[in-house]
Design a protein around this ligand. Structure first.
Ligand code: MN
Length: 381
């Protein structure tokens, strides 16, 4: 079989920059959706994909290892450059070899398969709301309008190491794969996506363009990126009737139990054990990453290296694990600020509601410190 690709990316109707990125490096295809401020988001998605593309061209290691190397590259840049501190990116990648698509996925971009006119999601969103849906705490409908629906519990580049979802999907002639950022799925229902894909069969570029157009018409509140991959019979190939291996779908995902009805009897017992182990792992992981995701939505102003600094997290530690990290260290002397009664509690952390509030609070401290200095030396108020 051979692959024909269509691709489109668009800034959308609201954002000023496009932090999405895509990769067409046959047989490797990927989308990445960067985050962490305007600059950080662009750097994270581009850096991840260029790192992966370079190592993929060299070949050698398993693809998942190349993705882990890209994770470290983004994480290290994030730690070395204050302008992009805390950045990260989603990644949904497909390597198509023979009649199998090997998927590697982190975050809330998605892969879908359109087969015989019906659409099926192949990836699992690593979002807080998806965890809550799976735990039965909220319904899928509530998730769609949840205020924290964009909070990721996993991303590339935000930690030194990241667990990856991996999955192999057998392909049939006529299949269509879609890789997309949440700027598409946040604007269109799956029925709408399915209708556009089904009505543009044989024309992957037209499919990509129409998906982006529809997302923009629906509001385009985020950057939109789509890669459409058509699986076509090899010209003059002998296996035109569909390869036998294509029906057997294997998956290496650690978190997803096997779909029923496809496992031969001999494998059931093994799966039962795997599912129980999986449930325990997921429960522990959810408790940890869920708490972590909530903590990462919190901000405070404190002290780092003798300067006023902005922290993400909460000013505490649990069993020696810090629950916060410095996002920006300013040039304002902490002792000068703490000399003012209103900021005497600075070392313990001053809670704020958001990053923007943190910036505003820092500017207020700067103004107050400057004013006090002028007053102290008899200067202008
Ligand atoms: Mn997005």
């Amino acid at each position: 079989m051979r692959i024909e690709a269509g691709v489109a990316t668009h800034v959308g109707q609201v954002r000023t920059g496009n932090e999405d990125a895509y990769l067409l490096e046959p047989p490797l295809y990927a989308v990445a959706d960067g985050m962490g401020g305007h600059r950080g988001g662009e750097v994270a998605s581009q850096l991840a994909l260029t790192t992966i593309a370079e190592s993929f061209r060299k070949g050698a290691e398993p693809f998942a290892d190349q993705v882990r190397a890209a994770n470290r590259a983004v994480f290290e840049r994030s730690g070395a450059d204050r302008a992009v501190a805390g950045m990260g990116t989603t990644l949904t990648a497909a390597v198509i070899q023979g009649d199998v698509a090997h998927l590697v996925h982190v975050g809330d971009s998605r892969a879908y398969l359109l087969r015989a006119g019906s659409l099926r999601q192949l990836t699992d969103d690593h979002t807080l709301v998806n965890r809550m849906v799976k735990a039965g705490e909220i319904t899928p409908a509530e998730a769609e309008v949840h205020p924290n629906r964009n909070v990721l519990v996993r991303a590339l580049g935000t930690e030194a190491d990241v667990p990856l979802d991996e999955r192999d999907v057998g392909l049939l002639d006529g299949d269509r794969l879609l890789l997309c950022s949440d700027g598409l799925t946040g604007m269109l229902t799956e029925d709408q996506i399915q209708a556009i894909l089904a009505s543009t069969q044989g024309a992957p570029q037209e499919a990509a363009d129409r998906l982006v157009l529809a997302a923009n018409r629906a509001g385009g509140v985020d950057n939109i990126t789509v890669v459409v991959l058509d699986v076509l019979p090899d010209d003059g190939a002998e296996e035109a009737a569909g390869a036998p291996a294509a029906e057997a779908e294997t998956q290496a995902a650690k978190e997803e139990p096997q779909r029923p009805g496809r496992t031969p009897g001999a494998r059931r017992r093994w799966w039962r054990v795997a599912i129980i182990v999986g449930i325990v792992v997921v429960a522990l992981g959810a408790a940890f990453t869920g708490a972590r995701a909530l903590i990462d939505t919190r901000w405070y102003v404190g002290v780092a290296d003798g300067h006023v600094a902005i922290y993400q997290g909460i000013p505490a530690d649990v069993f020696g694990f810090e629950l916060s990290h410095v996002v920006e260290e300013t040039d304002i002397s902490a002792s000068a600020a703490e000399a003012l009664p209103v900021y005497s509690g600075l070392a313990g952390g001053i809670n704020v509601d958001s990053r923007a509030d943190a910036d505003a609070r820092v500017e207020q401290i700067r103004t107050d410190v400057r004013r006090a200095a002028h007053a102290g030396t008899g200067g202008q108020p």
